[in-house]
Design a protein around this ligand. Structure first.
Ligand code: 13P
Length: 270
């Protein structure tokens, strides 16, 4: 079964040289032992490094993703500081992350913003990793499922929009091939705290059921777990069939830990 291990580099590494060193190590390891089959590897560098990273991974088993795209326009326009879906795709990325909790928190991203971004990405044939997850306070108040339903409404709204007007190259019926959900509890990101595998699996099942309830013609979605995944805990997540991969932050910045996570998923899912 195909699994996914995605490195979200966030605002790292500091220099182009460091980016190239990390990529050198990843590419050498993948070329040497092809460790990752059937695990699909992807890296999401900052937008300033996206074109060079995408160029270097082209033709290798590693895919590249942007970390975000403009909500305002899918192509060009007077939106200082933004990068559009078209520009990101032209830089060589085939995916973009959307709705990461750091963007929801620091850039006040709402479902309306995310619907615009999702629409632009899919219209430009850019695949999407949509991040969802509850805060510590919401987890403590047992509101996780309610929060996830509210955040997944973006997908429901995209489907509703699509049924009115087929504006995307990507059709609703094959959405599951172009959209991955990453469940990232905000309280687990960068903290070393993780939910139990049983909790993650129940949440992933709930996410899959919620998406299926939007349109029963959709194939089952890929759902990844993110939040303090590391070389030591990856195998326990990988062993659960509801967990289709990992979205990795800190541990993706060292090739050894990122590849160890990939190997854990690769061996558990083969
Ligand atoms: P950490 O793996 O550093 O907890 O970050 C997870 C994350 O935010 C990936 O998008």
């Amino acid at each position: 079964m195909q699994s996914w291990v995605i490195g979200n580099w966030k605002q790292n590494p500091a220099t182009n040289n460091d980016v190239n060193m990390l990529l050198d190590q990843l590419l050498a390891a993948v070329a040497k032992d092809g460790v990752t089959t059937p695990c699909q590897l992807m890296v999401a560098p900052s937008c300033v490094h996206l074109a060079s990273v995408s160029g270097r991974v082209q033709g290798t088993p590693i895919l590249s993703a942007a970390q975000d795209i403009s909500a305002h326009s899918g192509s060009t326009g007077a939106y200082t500081g933004d990068c559009s879906a078209q520009q990101v795709a032209d830089a060589g990325a085939t995916w973009t992350i959307l709705g990461h909790s750091e963007r929801r928190q620091y850039h006040r991203e709402t479902n309306d913003t995310l619907l615009q971004k999702l629409t632009h990405a899919l219209s430009q044939n850019l695949n999407v990793v949509l991040c969802i997850g509850e805060t510590q306070a919401q987890y403590d108040a047992s509101e996780t499922f309610a929060v996830l339903v509210e955040q997944l409404a973006v997908v429901k709204d995209w489907l509703a929009q699509q049924s009115l007007e087929s504006i995307s190259a990507i059709q609703a019926s094959n959405l599951a091939e172009h959209l991955i959900i990453a469940y990232e509890p905000v309280w687990a990101i960068g903290t070393g705290k993780v939910p139990t595998v049983t909790e993650v699996a129940a949440t992933h099942d709930y996410i899959k059921q919620t998406l299926a309830s939007f349109n029963n013609n959709l194939a089952e979605f890929t759902v990844l777990y993110g939040g303090s995944v590391n070389a030591d805990n990856a195998a326990s997540f990988a062993a659960n069939p509801a967990i289709n991969g990992a979205l990795v932050g800190g541990a993706a910045l060292k090739s050894e830990s990122f590849l160890a996570i990939a190997k854990a998923f690769s061996s558990a899912k083969s």
